[in-house]
Design a protein. Structure first.
Length: 318
């Protein structure tokens, strides 16, 4: 069970939602607030949303991490062969083809323009709503964990997005554009909650990358996404939280609301990695965060208890 599909994929999914012509109940207010604010700063990315068919895989190009800086760094250093492969066969508007070719060929200036456009889109479509969306992600992860405790993986697979997803041991049937059989061969399956996805549920699978496990994305939102500005900070409440946890540890809890590795936590707190790890250990031992391994690093994420503490002790509702 992944904590998030990553900031880059959520940004791109938000742009696909803006292109949708059908009514999307959970995103009506969000779309009305965001649509009129897109402009020149976001165009290098919005022009890469295809006219029809599959979209650009920013998940593959920028990774699944929660840090926007880390995702942008992945984009700036992605191999040209990977860029070409991701752009191949996408149906771009004729007027945008020259720009798409520049990006796909790894042009340095084009990459930087695209990176800045990702940041601009994030500021408009995702960042102001992330506190609410993050709470929904945590809630879904908690529900899934409870299902595993109650009935194991079998109950979890039977319960996720039924009846669209059907568990017929040892086969999991899920929506896909065409009929295809995917054999995991020991890779496992990652169930990934999303906030800004237009799909009720989807299977993300790369037939050319046999090392990566497929992902089953499921929507986390259970109520409309509202609020056009980030939550305001209440000064007295912040002081209360700092009195309870200590200033550095309160800042550490804040950082995990978006998810971060130990090295990222150390940078945000301006402390050593050992000190950051110690703060994370204290928060984890009090059930305010969870820690899971991600490759060679660990990812710290706030729990529902930690999120409730932030809401009542540091932040007002958006």
């Amino acid at each position: 069970m992944a904590a998030t599909i990553g900031v880059a994929a959520e940004v791109y999914y938000s742009l696909e939602l803006l292109r949708e012509k059908r009514e999307l109940p959970h995103f009506g207010s969000w779309r009305s607030a965001v649509a009129g604010r897109m402009g020149a700063a976001t165009r290098p990315l919005t022009s890469l949303v295809p006219v029809r068919g599959p979209g650009l895989d920013l998940l593959a190009l920028m990774g699944d991490g929660p840090s926007l800086d880390h995702a942008v760094d992945n984009l700036l250093h992605a191999p040209v062969s990977r860029l070409r492969r991701e752009f191949e066969g996408l149906d771009f508007h004729l007027g945008h083809l020259p720009w798409a070719r520049r990006v796909s060929e790894g042009d340095r200036d084009a990459r930087r323009e695209l990176a800045e456009a990702v940041r601009a889109c994030h500021r408009l479509t995702v960042e102001p709503y992330w506190q609410r969306g993050r709470a929904e992600l945590v809630a879904l992860s908690t529900r899934c964990a409870n299902l595993v405790l109650e009935g194991g993986i079998d109950l979890l697979l039977r319960s996720v997005c039924a009846p669209l997803v059907r568990w017929r041991p040892p086969v999991l049937e899920a929506p896909y554009p065409r009929r295809v059989e995917v054999r995991l061969q020991g890779r496992g399956l990652i169930i990934t909650p999303t906030v800004f996805s237009k799909h009720t549920v989807s299977l993300l699978w790369d037939p050319l990358d046999t090392a990566q496990p497929p992902r089953l994305t499921v929507p986390a939102l259970r109520r409309p996404l509202t609020g056009t500005e980030p939550a305001e900070v209440d000064g007295s409440a912040v002081r209360n939280l700092e009195s309870l946890l200590g200033r550095t540890r309160a800042a550490a809890l804040h950082a995990t609301a978006e998810g971060c590795t130990t090295s990222e936590l150390a940078r945000r707190l301006n402390v050593t990695a050992a000190a950051a790890s110690q703060h994370a250990t204290v928060l984890r031992n009090t059930d305010l965060i969870t820690t899971s391994r991600r490759g060679g690093s660990v990812l710290h994420l706030i729990t529902p208890l930690g999120l409730a503490l932030l809401r009542t002790g540091a932040l007002t509702e958006p």
